[in-house]
Design a protein around this ligand. Structure first.
Ligand SMILES: Nc1ncnc2c1ncn2[C@@H]1O[C@H](COP(=O)(O)OP(=O)(O)OP(=O)(O)O)[C@@H](O)[C@H]1O
Length: 350
């Protein structure tokens, strides 16, 4: 692709005979905020480490502006990294930590001072120059680490769960802050997280991975609204995933009955995953529903109640503003548009 900054071509990697990356191919454009998202162990960090040059793929290539990077050592790549454990130098103050890379580059002291100030302002720590880094909060230390990574003006910043050690409130604030910094600097961010909400909040594009395979690449809205398989649907939002059979176009069978749906092109009698989001199931009187079940549990979630409703074949998660008592028999309905038919996920086929 002509405007790609980084291209990954069919990266494969094994550790101790176990495949960790099974052919990762991806194009990342200049100024993009791309997030690698997936459960623990799916190969996100390994992908990032290969881009940074800290790990070699068994096969496949990493290209930077079309140039093969595989044999270029990390310090010669225009790429910098921020890790979860920010690894600041405890014996240096804030300004010295940020300026470290500039001293190595032998930049003149006046320029170093100016650049350090600019970076502190960018990460919201103006006036903190002389502070001892060990006296800072976790969030402040992470800002220093980000400033230190940005000061050398890399073309690409790799961030491996950089907010993982922060509490929820600080994490949310820093998500917005990081997005702002990325937009202001125009540096390409490649971000690793297993937190789907974080990925949806910050990214231009999300790469969903599982077991070393890319499951889907798309904008947050694409990924949320049009998941390509049941794994993505479940990982991105809570979903009911039911074994079903696509009988013919617009007709699917699950829970031992036929339902009208809007999907087609799956052929006849094809096993599929049927995905229904909890908020798309409606509770009705027992006799009125397409399905009938018993409320097994109910939890108040702040904006809705989450109920588990056990039918003969499947226990559905239902979100509703209406509460029904445990033990009550209820009906469930869903409109055809909200019954999503998906090919069995790549994981299931692997
Ligand atoms: N140097 C290594 N030696 C052996 N196995 C490794 C090594 N690095 C990673 N692995 C294994 O490869 C798999 C993928 O690891 P990786 O760190 O890439 O996953 P991840 O998606 O980033 O997970 P997490 O979110 O837990 O960091 C894991 O099973 C891990 O144990």
């Amino acid at each position: 692709m002509a405007d790609s900054l980084i291209e990954l071509h069919d990266l494969k990697k094994e550790f101790d005979g176990t495949p960790v990356l099974r052919g990762i191919s991806l194009d990342i454009k200049s100024r993009e905020f791309v997030t690698l998202l997936g459960p623990s162990g799916c190969g996100k960090t390994t992908t990032l480490r290969i881009i940074g040059g800290f790990e070699q793929p068994d096969s496949g290539d990493v290209l930077f502006e079309g140039r093969r990077l595989n044999d270029v050592p990390p310090y010669r790549r225009e790429i910098n990294t921020v890790f979860q454990r920010y690894a600041l130098f405890p014996h240096l103050n804030v300004a010295e930590n940020i300026a470290f890379g500039l001293h190595i580059k032998k930049m003149n002291p006046a320029e170093i001072k100016l650049k350090t100030r600019e970076m502190l302002s960018l990460v919201g720590l103006s006036g903190f120059e002389a502070r001892d880094v060990t006296s800072l909060s976790g969030g402040q230390q992470q800002r220093v680490a980000i400033a230190r990574a940005l000061v050398c003006e890399p073309r690409v910043l790799l961030l491996d769960e950089p907010l993982g050690a922060l509490d929820l409130k600080l994490r949310k604030d820093m998500q917005i802050e990081l997005k702002r910094i990325q937009q202001r600097t125009g540096i390409t961010f490649i971000y690793v997280t297993h937190d789907q909400e974080e990925a949806l909040t910050m990214s231009d594009r999300i790469v969903v991975m599982n077991h070393g395979v890319i499951q889907q690449v798309g904008s947050p809205t694409d990924i949320y609204n049009e998941p390509e398989n049941a794994f993505v649907a479940d990982f991105i939002g809570e979903s009911n995933i039911i074994d079903g059979v696509m009988l013919e176009d617009r007709k699917v069978e699950f829970c031992d009955r036929e339902f009208e749906c809007v999907d087609s092109g799956f052929g006849h009698n094809t096993p599929v995953d049927v995905v229904i989001r909890p908020e798309d199931l409606r509770l009705v009187y027992a006799g009125d529903g397409l399905l009938q079940g018993v409320v097994e549990s109910i939890v108040f979630k702040g904006v809705h109640y989450e109920m588990m409703v056990r039918t003969e074949h499947f226990t559905f998660t239902v979100h509703s503003t209406m509460a029904e008592p445990v033990g009550k028999t209820v009906g469930l309905t869903v409109i055809p548009f909200d019954i999503h038919i998906m090919h069995r996920s790549a994981e299931a086929q692997a």
